[in-house]
Design a protein around this ligand. Structure first.
Ligand code: PCA
Length: 222
């Protein structure tokens, strides 16, 4: 008799530690809230990354090694945005406007020496945006993840997935501030934690269910 059970599928979901004097980072709150959540036979594994150039990649490599994920979604905070924004493209540039949590501030250096100029997300970003908006959650495709630690980890992730043969899909989603964080600033858009969690849940669900992205216009940041 054949009793083999299919291998356990893991979804690696990363969030960042707080940075830039903010006391919290919703990207980690969201990832932590989804740790252990299951969909379509896959289990979410949440890992926190340091907001430090280089060290974040070391931690990512450990997590990839540990969980051998079938899908990787990295989250980060984009304060100032009002929607959940799957990123389209990671560029091979570190150009920090502020120092990271270790005081490093690289300017115009490569994430990976000799790597391609850019990688596109291999997540179905438009299907994800469509699913979130259909559920009443503000979402939009973003065409820039910036040039700070979020783009750094997004690029490093896509480089690794490409070098590993491109069978594992991955990408990056920026999340807005939480109301408690926005309250520390004068006029910052925010989104409640439970809405963010539901949106990211929906995004992961879509990535697991949808192989081919939808092709449609609209729903992107300018
Ligand atoms: N956001 C920053 C880095 C860490 C985070 O959560 C960024 O957008 O680069």
């Amino acid at each position: 008799m054949y009793h083999a059970t299919p291998p356990a599928l893991n979804v690696l979901l990363t969030g960042f530690e707080p940075f830039a004097q903010d006391p919290l980072n919703p990207s980690w709150d969201v990832a932590r809230a989804l740790d252990g959540w299951q969909h379509a036979g896959a289990t979410v594994r949440a890992v926190q990354l340091p907001c430090v150039f280089g060290e974040a990649i070391v931690r990512l490599d450990q997590a990839l090694q540990q969980w051998q994920p079938a899908l990787v979604v990295c989250l980060g905070l984009a304060s100032g945005r009002a929607a959940l924004t799957p990123e389209r493209v990671a560029i091979n540039v570190d150009d920090a406007r502020i120092p990271d949590n270790a005081g490093h501030q690289p300017v115009d250096t490569a994430v990976e020496q000799g790597g391609p100029v850019a990688y596109l997300s291999t997540l179905p970003i438009k299907a994800m945006v469509r699913a979130m908006r259909a559920d009443g959650i503000p979402a939009a495709v973003s065409n820039t993840a910036g040039t700070f630690v979020c783009n750094h980890i997004f690029y490093a992730l896509m480089h690794r997935l490409a070098l590993a043969g491109g069978k594992v899909r991955g990408g990056f989603i920026h999340v807005p501030a939480l109301p408690a964080l926005a309250a520390l600033h004068a006029d910052m858009p925010s989104m409640a934690l439970e809405t963010q969690v539901r949106g990211i849940q929906m995004a992961i669900q879509t990535a697991l269910d949808v192989r081919e992205d939808v092709r449609e216009t609209g729903g992107q940041l300018h």
